[in-house]
Write a protein that binds this ligand. Structure first.
Ligand SMILES: [Mg+2]
Length: 374
């Protein structure tokens, strides 16, 4: 008999970061993970994670809203449904619930994890099979201080943990950001690939100048220099700047990816399971990009280990020209899984056990889980 969805639990889990993480729109000192567990009628459990950046300063879903949507909308929709057909479940969810891609991603992940455990297969195999089981991972230098960033980058290069760095710029004056980037390229650029993420901060004129200078100083990839509302500027930059332009906030679903490609964008796409609705759903965008000759990059919402592993299963099935940024667990002071991922030689290894291949540490989960108000 087919197992059905019996119970869906969720927790808001607040984990402090190892240092303040400075982005163009906010500075993070803590990350809130929304952890989901689906229990099936055969006793098999699947876990998933929905994590956004900086409350509502980055995206349209807050952790609290994600949890509320799961409790009040996803749970009644899924309870009692057969669990062995992910396409049917996804169609059911998408016909009843608009948007809410973070919550959809956590649910899709948990369903895949449970199905993988039931079949004895890793999630990557359910997604068609891994091309690579070891994936490159960059690190983001975002302390807000040039000297500290250089010292941090040098230490990580010496330790062999990363070979590529992304700088978060855009919060300060253009000149200050360019000076900061140039100093880091000069200090680390012959040992590492240096990329920048502007997180939509520049207007079209600043972006034209900024991107020209970044290209000239040897930056390898420029992420979302302009607002997601100004795709015309993003497309122009991708056609005129020699350094590749990475679309992040501009592209969430395969519909966005198709439109941007059709309008002449020719850079790369930052794939994120939370933007697309899950590790299976995100592959539609990846395949549109591949057909359009657009490069692929495995992006993060700074998820903890559960969301990071879910993403890695999806990324492992793709040829990623630009690698991944799945370093989220390393930014957190602690982990809520029993066996954390291992990051060495600029890469992370994809777990091979059935499902996601990671398990929750119940004690840690309860320790960091936000206590419900009386
Ligand atoms: Mg980004």
């Amino acid at each position: 008999m087919t197992a059905t969805v019996e119970r869906i639990e969720s927790w808001l889990v607040d984990v402090p970061t190892i240092r303040p993480h400075k982005l163009s729109m906010t500075t993070m000192g803590c990350q809130t993970l929304v952890i989901v567990r689906i229990t099936r009628s055969d006793g098999i459990c699947g876990i998933g994670e929905a994590t956004t950046i900086g409350g509502l300063s980055y995206g349209v879903e807050s952790p609290e809203a994600i949890q509320s949507a799961i409790t009040h909308y996803f749970t009644p929709l899924l309870r009692g449904q057969p669990t062995d057909n992910l396409n049917a479940l996804t169609a059911r969810i998408n016909s009843a619930i608009k948007g809410n891609t973070f919550a959809k991603s956590a649910i899709e992940t948990a369903l895949l994890d449970a199905q993988g455990k039931a079949l004895g297969l890793p999630v990557s195999t359910l997604l068609g099979g891994a091309l690579n089981t070891v994936l490159p991972v960059l690190w983001t230098l975002a302390s807000g201080n040039t000297d500290n960033d250089i010292a941090e980058g040098q230490r990580l290069l010496d330790e062999g943990r990363h070979r590529a760095f992304k700088l978060k710029i855009g919060a300060r004056e253009l000149e200050t950001d360019l000076r900061h980037t140039r100093a880091i390229v000069e200090a680390l650029g012959d040992r590492a690939s240096i990329r920048v993420d502007v997180n939509q901060a520049w207007d079209a004129t600043s972006a034209a100048r900024g991107c020209r200078e970044l290209a000239a100083m040897g930056v390898d990839l420029i992420e979302q220099p302009v607002s997601a509302e100004d795709n015309a500027a993003l497309i122009r930059l991708s056609q005129r700047i020699e350094t590749a332009i990475l679309a992040d906030e501009s592209v969430a679903s395969h519909f966005d990816g198709y439109r941007l490609a059709q309008q002449g964008f020719n850079g790369a796409y930052a794939l994120k399971i939370a933007k697309a609705g899950g590790p299976a759903s995100v592959l539609k965008l990846a395949h549109v990009a591949q057909a359009a000759g657009i490069g692929l990059y495995g992006g993060t919402m700074l998820e903890g280990t559960v969301g990071t592993v879910a993403s890695l299963h999806a990324w492992s099935t793709l040829p990623l020209q630009w690698g991944t940024e799945m370093f989220g667990p390393l930014l957190l002071k602690d982990d809520i899984v029993s066996l954390p991922l291992s990051f060495t030689d600029g890469c992370v290894a994809l777990p091979q056990a059935p499902g996601l291949g990671v398990e929750l540490d119940e004690e840690k989960l309860q320790f960091y889980a936000r206590k419900q108000r009386e």
